[in-house]
Design a binder for this molecule. Structure first.
Ligand SMILES: [Zn+2]
Length: 436
């Protein structure tokens, strides 16, 4: 058992429906076998548990671990390919790199780089968009398993319109997916995600094979892309006889409360109604949307329609793994939308980066907030003395204001500790003597 002592900030209730930030100064969290078993004023917990070791994290603030609901593992080495719209970026940047993952040794190196990026950013749970090669996905599961992170991932499948080495068939996709799921789904903190790349590159036969795999692997998640780019949307409509993009998945029964679709920058109202009715979630990837010029995300329309929204860094069309940056960019986008935008507070940004992601992945009862009964997945934000964030935190007049400063000024360098299931998996870039 360990008794953590910290300023604890989280979002146990949804700020989009009236919830508020919860912030407790000098809070005690008793952690036993990875689970928070008591929470309250530190002195009260200390009296009740006088013999337990105390970890004193009172400087800075303790937040739930970040939850990234859309992040491509094969693209970690190509982050920063600026200047292209989606389909040109795929052809020139992403797909040539993804083909290199046919080599399992290469893929294992990429998986290590990728997992290091997640840990460095304080991302403790991720829905990881996998690779087109079973060997590469197997390597990703293996590296994720060793890291201790909560990772849901799977084989990416396509059977048309991509370079030939990235294509498969419905039968092969189903067989390889089952083999990977049998080996890894439910092992430790790993789960399987059924992952057609997007319906642009997936025939109805392939999507049907995906539906079968989803049914055959209880507890698996469905993920793909939707409505990212106007040219892409027109092509999908042409390929599917005028169908709306969301419907290309829905007609195969792929949209459920365990589905996460990335982007959805340009949805129609009927598509939003379908997503809400199925309980499917949307992973909003604001830096990627800006870098590719995809558009400004209509968050208000999603919230008004009752569609669940979480955050994704996308990587590599995004700009890195840090969800503070994604939260800030989400805020910028809503500001730029003017009257159509939904002004966001720091509570919204923390919710989107943590509890909303946990909820989208079906892990809302396990992680996302630092309440009794949840896993202790947490990050300790502690900027170096003299850093503008340290100055800002020292002069913040409220928890909301302090958290705004974390999203505005915070970087991965400010994360001084990362815990998953009570186990510390990373220390910060700078440490003081005697600090964890
Ligand atoms: Zn993506």
């Amino acid at each position: 058992m360990t008794l953590f002592r910290a300023t604890v900030v989280d979002t146990p209730s949804n700020p989009f429906t009236g919830g508020r930030l919860r912030s407790d100064d000098d809070c005690g969290l008793l952690v036993q076998l990875g689970v928070i078993t008591a929470r309250g004023p530190f002195e009260t917990l200390r009296r009740a548990h006088p013999d337990e070791p105390v970890l004193d994290l009172r400087e800075g603030m303790l937040l739930p671990g970040m939850v990234d609901t859309h992040v491509h593992f094969p693209q970690v080495r190509i982050i920063g390919g600026l200047g292209l719209p989606l389909l040109d970026w795929l052809d020139q940047c992403a797909l040539p790199e993804e083909m290199r993952l046919a080599d399992v040794d290469h893929a294992r190196g990429v998986a290590r780089d990728f997992v290091a990026g997640l840990v460095d950013a304080g991302t403790t749970t991720a829905l990881v968009f996998g690779a087109h090669y079973a060997g590469a996905v197997d390597a990703m599961f293996d590296v994720a398993d060793q890291s201790g992170l909560r990772v849901t991932t799977g084989l990416v499948t396509s059977d048309r319109l991509l370079p030939e080495p990235l294509l498969t068939t419905p039968d092969r996709a189903r067989a390889e997916s089952r083999e990977l799921a049998d080996r890894w789904h439910g092992k430790g903190r790993l789960r399987y995600a059924v992952t057609p790349r997007f319906s642009l590159s997936a025939s109805d036969a392939l999507l049907e094979a995906c539906a079968q795999t989803l049914a055959e692997v209880p507890g698996s998640v469905f993920t793909s892309h939707v409505n990212e780019n106007l040219h892409e949307i027109r092509e999908v409509a042409r390929l599917f006889g005028g169908s709306a993009y969301v419907d290309t998945y829905d007609r195969h029964g792929l949209l459920t409360p365990r589905a996460v679709l990335a982007h959805d920058v340009h949805p129609s109202d009927p598509e939003l109604r379908t997503l809400a009715a199925r309980g499917a979630a949307v992973a909003h990837c604001p830096t990627s949307n800006a870098a590719l010029g995809s558009g400004l995300f209509p968050l208000r329309r999603h919230v008004d329609a009752g569609v669940r929204v979480s955050l994704g860094s996308d990587v590599g069309a995004g700009t890195g793994f840090c969800l503070f940056k994604e939260g800030l960019q989400a805020y910028f986008v809503q500001q730029l939308l003017g009257e159509a935008g939904l002004p966001l507070t720091s509570a919204h940004l923390l919710w989107l980066s943590t509890a909303a992601g946990a909820d989208a992945l079906g892990l809302g009862e396990e992680v996302g907030v630092l309440s009794v009964g949840r896993q202790f997945d947490a990050i300790w934000v502690l900027p170096e003395p003299g850093d503008p964030l340290a100055v800002g935190l020292a002069n913040a007049s409220s928890a909301d204001e302090a958290l705004s400063k974390v999203f505005a000024l915070g970087t991965t360098s400010d994360i001084a500790g990362v815990w998953v299931g009570g186990e510390q998996i990373a220390a910060g870039h700078w440490r003081r003597p005697g600090r964890p």
